[in-house]
Structure formats: structure tokens, C-alpha cells
Write a protein that binds this ligand. Structure first.
Ligand code: GAL
Length: 724
């Protein structure tokens, strides 16, 4: 039996409890944690213990912190004292920790953050980002690529000065219970269990929760900026499709008048897969260069499925063998991409075989767990990087290599997919996807991801019936990536005949909204504001919604009395798409739902009529004509394509319609650039600000550096003057 060296690692490790290391023995040489140092306005760094050999997520970020943008924001001091833990107040709430499928609120929960295939109940998932935000106006990022266990206001210390009062749960008949008995008595701190010699914490402040998350994204290099084509409609073909079958599929999309920008090829494009060769399967794709070019001529980009594990049949196997870890995954070797020489071996092959013929990006699969799929925790890697760190960062290492050293180096943007990510990854134009498929979980993922610099694709794959098909299509079309992944189901947008029209209109709506969405991404890149986001980040919403939480004891429904009254900010069935559109998706086969509209006037996107203000309304699929329920904020101007297009390339020279909702009109921005290169980083873009004066559209050029992209702009007033 082989003896894994986990035991020796453990004995050498400092076992830190409650953030303050409590090693086997000596604590005296650990520095106190409460020495926050200011890095930029609203960004503070503190470290504990020995951090020289720390593996920090921030070292793998796509770009350095955007200090200029951060320092242009107001400085909000971090008053949070850090001692042995992160003290919290009784009414404080903790949110976040990456892409989670169950919820965004974490108070009263223990969360284990480990990259894993997915878990439904919080913790270990594809992107378990160790970053939380607090309702008290600060955020903390644990900048260490270790497995973490975080105790969010649970497990009271015996010396706490604010221990909850004991309550006798079973008093005799003549005595009254002294108050609610709580199964999980809230504690007054966030504590963490960390293995390692030390940790680094990054604290964030801001004027509201959106601002705090924006600063985290700016610290991580600014949000990702996809090429415009990446925001169009994606379709992934069945796993064993050939070039001819793919071309036929594209023709079928055309025949059905369904927009399409990207085709994703699944494993069968490779000569061998699981483990992979990264080389073309010649029987299915006899001339990959001609095939890719033909598609490009038609305005279609190709994306390639890969997983990182290399087959003995691969050309690069021999060169990569000494540069890989001790264990195989899916029987392929697992390269150590901490080593520049390993990155070079892979990228030389990818550049010649893929990039140079016009491949637009990848879907990087299987870089997450489960334990039985991945290398074990005692595996070794030639760079000396511990297996645990490799697991927490493998998805980020792959993103860094493909994005920075292939696409950015050659001045071509990519929008790609990856199944694992982690902290400080906001700058990577990679979208996470999953094998899980619960529709409610997929909708929750949209909000959760937005709190931690992660982009999430609630892809559509299959459905029980045409109603679910429509509802799922709504969700994917109102997310960072609109994608049908038919690798196994072989479904097409027109599979359910009775819903094809609604499906087409939904995808067309996505296309029409692209000027608005692309502008939201530019703000993500420059200002850190997530383009699609949780209601928690709606400016003022978290602060305004201070309805009391009620704890109701109910032996059937809620025996532990922890049923919190749902607030809008924690309602993950609602989210914002861009700055001004609230999405209230129908889930599963719903055709009717309740929507709690926040305070302020909200207008029906389609009719322009007032829908409500701080009220609960019912919306039905009949009312929306099978389109997604969308509500627009008072005074919004929404820049959209006047007419839908089937390819994003047809957006060039198209007419823009700016829809005006409500009467107290605000301004809107519109961003334009060359859509595919990195020139925007040199300031080569246009940024316009539109407003309405005396019923007429006005346009101010905040930045004009490239040829105007659209042909013209016209105002469309959606709300009548006397509507209120
Ligand atoms: C899965 C992946 C699916 C599909 C499949 C192909 O791991 O999540 O989306 O790509 O592999 O074999």
C-alpha cells in the first residue's frame, strides 16, 4: 500500500481556527491580523502568519488590479476590526461564496469551499469563491488557494460577550417559554478553518453592496470583456457530429430563421477523447481549416470542447509526460500548468491546430471534481504545487494560459467556457456551466455568480414539455451566455413545434438587447459592475428593504423556527439584466408567478405600462405572449436594435432604437468598439450618453475614438405621459 504523504503535510501544517492560527503548539510568532494596509480606495489587505509561500488566487488573475479606477472612487475607510475572527453584529447578514445553486444568503451556515463537480446545497461547486459581502457594508476575500471551511455566524465561543440567551425549550405547563428556542443560535462572528502557514485577507468597502462587489472586480483586474459575437446565440452539436452534419445544422437554423453566432463541437471532433489528443478526427473533419473558414465566412464561430487530460495517442504526450502530475485523470496525464514549459507544449499545438485556422475558443471540461474523477489530495506535481492548490486553481490556470498566452497575446478576444474557477477571476472571459440541471438552481446561479466575479451560463439542454422548453430558453437568453447544449439530447430550437415561434422571438429579443448588454459588459470591465446581477446589488435595494425577519415556529413546516421572511434582496428568482431591466423568470413549467416589485415605478417592458411600485403582482405567460416577464425601472432609456438580426456581424450599421420607460427620464450609455480585438484597452472605443430633452433624444460623446458602429439612433417612447 502506498502511504500518501498527507500525514506529514498535516503535521507540518498550521491548523488555523477562527482565522487566527492555532497551530500545534506555538502561536506567538504569528502577527496580529488587524493590521489592514490600504491598497487603493476601498481595498485593504491584511495577513496572518507566514505568507511568503502562500498560493494566492490574485497571482492567477487575468489582469492586475485597476488601481486608477479604484482610486477614482470615493475612499470609504475599513472600520472593521479583525481580531481572532471577523466580528459581526446581531442583525448582520452574510452573502456570497461564489457560484452556488441553493441561495445567496449564508448567515447561520457552515460552508466548505472546494472546487467540485457541483453540490446542490452550497459549498463545493465549480466556482467556490472565498469572498463574502456583508449587509453592514464591507466584503472579505480569503486570498488563499486552500480548502476552506467558513463558519458564518454559527458555533458560539464560550467567551463571547454576546452569547445568545439560553431558552428552556420544554418548560413545565405553568411556565412560559422565555422566547424562541433556536436550533442554530446565531454567533457574533465569521470564523474559518484553514490549513497552511498563513493567510491573506483582502477587505473591501464601498458606498453600497454593488460598489463593494465592483471594487472586488476592479481589484481582480476589471470584469471580463467578451467579443460581441460571444453574446450572440450559441448551439452545441451532438457529441459525434461530423463537419457535414454541422453544416446541415447551421442550414437548418437559417431555414427556421433562428439567430446563431457560435457552434460548439463536442468531444467527437478529436481523434480520441476522454483522454484527449486535441487533434482533429479526420474521418469526421477531413479539412478543419476549410471547414472553419467556411463557417467564418457565414458569420459563425467555432468553439472546441476539450478536457485537460492527455491521451497516449496525442502528439504532445511524450513532451508533456515529465511535466505532468503523479496521477492520471480519465486515464490521461494531468499537465502541470504552473510550469511555463508545460504551457508552451500545449499552446504550440493549440496555436497551429486551432487558433491559426480561426477557432474562437474552448469549452474546458472536467477541471473540477468529484474526488473519484480528479487526482487525489496526495498527488504530486513537478512544480511542487500541492495537489489541493492544483485542484482549487486548475480552472484558473487553464483560463490564464488560454486567455493571456494564446488569445490576448495574439490580439484576438475569446469568449469561452470552463467548468471550474475561483477567486480574483473576474477578468477572464470564461463562463461556467454545469452538469446539474435544476431550473430553479440555474436561476439562483445567476444571482450567486454575480456576487463573486463569476459569469454563469444557465444553458438549455432538454425539457419535459414545450412549456419548460420556453421557460428555459427565456433564462438562458437573459444571462451572460445564451446557449443550447444539445450534446446528448440532440434537441433543436424547433423540436417543440408549438413553441418554435416563442423560442424564435426570445432569441431575437436577446439579439435586439445586445447593444444594451455589450455596454453593460464594458461597464463590468471598466467599473466592475456586474452586467447581470442579484437584486442584492441593486443600489439602495438592500438598504431600503429592511423589513423585519420573522421566525415562526411550526412543527410541520419549520420545526426549528428558522424560516426567514423572504426579502426581495434574497429572492433569487428575480435578477437584474443590465442596469435597468428586472427579470422575473417563469421556473420549470410555470405559466404564472408572483413578482415582488421593489420600490420605485417599474414598467412592463413590452407595453410600457406601469406594472407596480413596491407591490406584489401576478404575471402570466398569456400576458407576456410567452415572452419572459421583464420590468423596466422608472426613467430608463434602453438602447436596442430596432430590428432583430441573425448574426452579430449584421449589427454593424444597424439602426438603434432607444426605448424610454416612465417619465422621469435618466441617461443611458452606449458603448462601441471594434468588437474583437484588444484595442479597447488602449482607449479605442466610443462611449455615448443619451438623454431626452423636450421629447427629443440628445447624444453626448463621452469618448469617440473609432468609426460609429450603428447607423443611427431614434427614440421610442414606451410610456404615455398621462400613464401615471
Ligand atoms: C460533460 C459536459 C457536457 C458535455 C459532455 C460531453 O462533462 O458537462 O456539457 O460536454 O461532457 O461528453
Amino acid at each position: 500500500m502506498r502511504l500518501p504523504f498527507i500525514t506529514s503535510l498535516l503535521s507540518a501544517a498550521i491548523t488555523a481556527t477562527s482565522l487566527c492560527a492555532a497551530p500545534d503548539g506555538d502561536i506567538s510568532d504569528l502577527k496580529p491580523i488587524n493590521d489592514w494596509k490600504k491598497l487603493a480606495n476601498g481595498v485593504y489587505v491584511a495577513s496572518l502568519g507566514e505568507t511568503d509561500k502562500l498560493y494566492r488566487y490574485s497571482d492567477l488573475a487575468g489582469a492586475p488590479p485597476k488601481l486608477k479606477a479604484l482610486n477614482a472612487l470615493p475612499d470609504v475607510p475599513l472600520t472593521k476590526a479583525l481580531e481572532n475572527d471577523i466580528p459581526t453584529e446581531p442583525d448582520e447578514k452574510i452573502y456570497g461564496y461564489g457560484l452556488q445553486f441553493d441561495k445567496t444568503m449564508r448567515s447561520g451556515k457552515v460552508i466548505e469551499l472546494k472546487v467540485d463537480h457541483y453540490s446542490k446545497d452550497g459549498g463545493s461547486t465549480h466556482a467556490p469563491v472565498p469572498f463574502f459581502i456583508s449587509s453592514k457594508g464591507y466584503g472579505v476575500f480569503f486570498n488563499t488557494a486552500a480548502y476552506l471551511k467558513i463558519y458564518n455566524q454559527v458555533c458560539n465561543r464560550k467567551d463571547s460577550l454576546s452569547l445568545p440567551k439560553e431558552v428552556d425549550r420544554n418548560p413545565p405547563a405553568d411556565e412560559k417559554q422565555a422566547g424562541p428556542w433556536l436550533a442554530v443560535p446565531p454567533s457574533d462572528a465569521v470564523e474559518a478553518y484553514i490549513q497552511g502557514d498563513g493567510i491573506e485577507l483582502v477587505g473591501f468597502t464601498g458606498t453600497n453592496l454593488q460598489d463593494i462587489v465592483a471594487r472586488y472586480n476592479l481589484y481582480s483586474g476589471g470584469g471580463a470583456m467578451p467579443p460581441l459575437w460571444g453574446l450572440g446565440f450559441w448551439h452545441r452539436t451532438p457529441a459525434k457530429f461530423s463537419a457535414a452534419e454541422t453544416e446541415q445544422e447551421i442550414a437548418d437554423f437559417k431555414d427556421h430563421n433562428i439567430p446563431l453566432d457560435v457552434i460548439g463541437l463536442e468531444p467527437g471532433w478529436q481523434s480520441k477523447s476522454y483522454p484527449c489528443t486535441f487533434e482533429w478526427q479526420e474521418k469526421r473533419f477531413p479539412d478543419p481549416a476549410a471547414f472553419t473558414q467556411k463557417l467564418l465566412d457565414d458569420g459563425i464561430r467555432l468553439n472546441l470542447w476539450v478536457n485537460p487530460y492527455i491521451s497516449k495517442h496525442a502528439r504532445i504526450y511524450e513532451d508533456m509526460y515529465p511535466l505532468s502530475g503523479s496521477h492520471t485523470v480519465w486515464l490521461g496525464i494531468a499537465p502541470d500548468y504552473m510550469l511555463p514549459e508545460a504551457r508552451k507544449v500545449l499552446l504550440d499545438q493549440h496555436k497551429t491546430d486551432h487558433f491559426d485556422i480561426g477557432i474562437s475558443g474552448y469549452k474546458i471540461d472536467e477541471c473540477d471534481g468529484y474526488d473519484f474523477w480528479l487526482w487525489p489530495d496526495h498527488a504530486t506535481f513537478p512544480s511542487g504545487t500541492p495537489a489541493e492548490v492544483m485542484r482549487q486553481t486548475y480552472g484558473m490556470q487553464l483560463q490564464r494560459m488560454i486567455y493571456k498566452e494564446l488569445y490576448q497575446k495574439n490580439n484576438r478576444r475569446t469568449y469561452s467556457k470552463v467548468r471550474a474557477s475561483n477567486g480574483a477571476a473576474s477578468n477572464y472571459p470564461f463562463v461556467i456551466y454545469s452538469d446539474s440541471y435544476g431550473h430553479d438552481q440555474y436561476v439562483t446561479g445567476i444571482s450567486a455568480a454575480s456576487l463573486s466575479g463569476i459569469l454563469w451560463c444557465p444553458e438549455i439542454r432538454s425539457a419535459k414539455n414545450s412549456r419548460e422548453w420556453i421557460n428555459r430558453m427565456h433564462t438562458t437568453c437573459l444571462s451572460p451566455m445564451a446557449m443550447l447544449n444539445a450534446w446528448a439530447s440532440e434537441t433543436k430550437p424547433w423540436t417543440y413545434e408549438d413553441s418554435t415561434d416563442a423560442i424564435r422571438r426570445t432569441i431575437q429579443l436577446r439579439m435586439q438587447l445586445l447593444p444594451y448588454l455589450y455596454t453593460a459588459f464594458a461597464r463590468y470591465n471598466q467599473e466592475g459592475i456586474p452586467p447581470v446581477r442579484s437584486m442584492l446589488l441593486e443600489t439602495g435595494e438592500a438598504e431600503a428593504q429592511t423589513k423585519s425577519q420573522t421566525r415562526k415556529l411550526d412543527s410541520e413546516e419549520d420545526p426549528y423556527g428558522d424560516g426567514f421572511h423572504q426579502k426581495i434582496t434574497e429572492d433569487n428568482t428575480l435578477y437584474m439584466f443590465g442596469p435597468d431591466i428586472l427579470v422575473a423568470p417563469f421556473i420549470n413549467t410555470q405559466t404564472e408567478r408572483k413578482v415582488n416589485l421593489p420600490t420605485g415605478n417599474w414598467y412592463n417592458f413590452y407595453s410600457g405600462k406601469l406594472a407596480g411600485n413596491g407591490t406584489t403582482i401576478i404575471v402570466t405567460a398569456e400576458q407576456t405572449n410567452d415572452m419572459p416577464p421583464l420590468f423596466v425601472k422608472e426613467g430608463s432609456l434602453i438602447p436596442m436594435l430596432k430590428d432583430p438580426v441573425n448574426r452579430t456581424r449584421d449589427m454593424q450599421g444597424a439602426a438603434i432604437e432607444i426605448r424610454q420607460y416612465g417619465t422621469k427620464v435618466r441617461t443611458c450609455q452606449l458603448y462601441e468598439d471594434d468588437t474583437t480585438s484588444f484595442s479597447y484597452l488602449e482607449g479605442e472605443y466610443n462611449l455615448y450618453e443619451f438623454s431626452v430633452e423636450n421629447g427629443e433624444l440628445t447624444q453626448e460623446k463621452l469618448q469617440q475614438d473609432v468609426e460609429p458602429f450603428y447607423s443611427g439612433y431614434e427614440l421610442r417612447k414606451m410610456t404615455e405621459d398621462d400613464a401615471e
